[in-house]
Design a protein around this ligand. Structure first.
Ligand code: BGC
Length: 361
């Protein structure tokens, strides 16, 4: 019950905190809920991408909770294209959404869209990724600096010579503010060790649009240098997958530590079979459900509530940040499986019976 208990505590803490926080004034003048039993507010969800499996789960859980609360949801997906995402927002506004929820492809580019929504009296929630330099209403995400912290700490602790070694670093998309926060958390752990020369970074680069093929190219460039390294600090499971493919083609998969993030099914299977070392489990169902509740509340004219603030370059944005969990072979059953994120059979089904852990009762 490890994760579930923690989630219950967090969820309770969030509810209390949200209840206690003095809400900001409602941005949306025309956002007051019309009265009447048949009122079904329309909520717009503008996604950057659905490439990584997590976004499908975010979308499905968000929509399910909104609908259970009597709201309707329109979802648009921009396929990692800034102009397309700006157009998506315009069409959602034209459709009459009462609240806009954005997962930005480019956190800077989307600030114009937030201003456009505000000009029409529509409040905006930045979901998972911050939108920079604009008067956002709410930011709902995970503790992204802590994600980077946990990834780097895992590597440092598990290097063949603990705390010492050579590593490759693969960052995420340079247009995603989260990618910078993950790096910030990693830097907090690594910088002192790099300064003391205990750790050496032999190759590093940013994977445009978080694409696995870009991560593979970065890994191949590291391999082509012909230098030794013991670990790859990949910033999410997609980039880990690209790096592991390159390692595999060079006979190195399973011999080099590789980090990740998202607890994607593919990554959990790689952890079970030994080619990936860890991932970070972010309970997206809990966040998406809470985001739906906040969005419907705001659409019904409720006040914006939060339990933290995060600066986006222009304001301290009222924020709700969820806890994250480091997952390895050792605690997979107690985290991802116990929480129902993936089943035992999904993760271990393809492994020879002798390599599977005992099935939980
Ligand atoms: C998210 C990660 C995700 C990545 C690529 C980041 O903003 O926080 O969970 O893996 O985008 O989609």
């Amino acid at each position: 019950m490890y994760v579930r208990n923690i989630l219950m505590v967090i969820s309770l803490a969030l509810s209390i905190a949200i209840g206690l926080v003095i809400a900001r004034g409602q941005q949306a003048a025309n956002n007051a809920a019309p009265v009447g039993p048949a009122y079904h507010p329309l909520i717009g969800l503008s996604l950057d991408t659905l490439k990584e499996a997590r976004w499908q789960s975010d979308r499905d859980n968000f929509r399910a909770r909104c609908e259970a609360l009597g709201a309707k949801v329109i979802v648009d997906e921009a396929n990692s294209d800034d102009s397309r995402q700006a157009e998506d927002v315009q069409s959602l506004l034209a459709a009459g959404v009462k609240v806009l929820v954005i997962v930005a492809h480019d956190g800077n580019a989307m600030s114009k869209s937030v201003i456009e929504a505000h000009n029409q009296g529509i409040p905006v929630i930045a979901y998972d990724r911050m939108v920079m330099n604009c008067p956002l209403d709410l930011y709902m995400s995970f503790d992204n600096v802590k994600v980077g912290h946990q990834q780097a700490q895992y590597l440092v602790d598990h290097l063949p010579t603990q705390g010492h070694g050579k590593i490759v670093r693969i960052y995420g998309s340079p247009t995603d503010n989260n990618a910078r926060m993950f790096k910030q958390g990693q830097d907090e752990v690594l910088d002192p060790l790099i300064r003391s020369k205990a750790i050496e970074v032999v190759h590093e680069d940013w994977a445009d649009d978080w694409k696995p093929e870009n991560a593979k190219r970065i890994m191949n460039a590291a391999i082509a240098k012909g230098v030794q390294y013991q670990a790859v600090l990949a910033s999410n499971d997609g980039t880990a997958g690209g790096a592991i493919q390159a390692l595999k083609e060079n006979g190195l998969a399973g011999k080099i530590l590789v980090t990740g993030q998202d607890a994607d099914l593919d990554a959990c299977q790689r952890i079970a079979s030994g080619t990936q070392s860890m991932t970070i489990y972010k309970p997206v169902k809990a966040l998406a459900t809470l985001a739906a509740e906040r969005a419907v509340d705001m659409a019904n004219g409720g006040r914006v509530a939060s339990n933290a603030t995060v600066n986006n370059g222009q304001i301290d944005v009222p924020s709700i940040l969820h806890e994250v969990y480091s997952v390895t072979k050792d605690n997979m059953l107690d985290t991802v499986v116990k929480d129902g994120f993936h089943s035992y059979d999904e993760i271990y089904g393809d492994l020879p019976a002798a390599d599977r852990p005992a099935r939980p009762q």
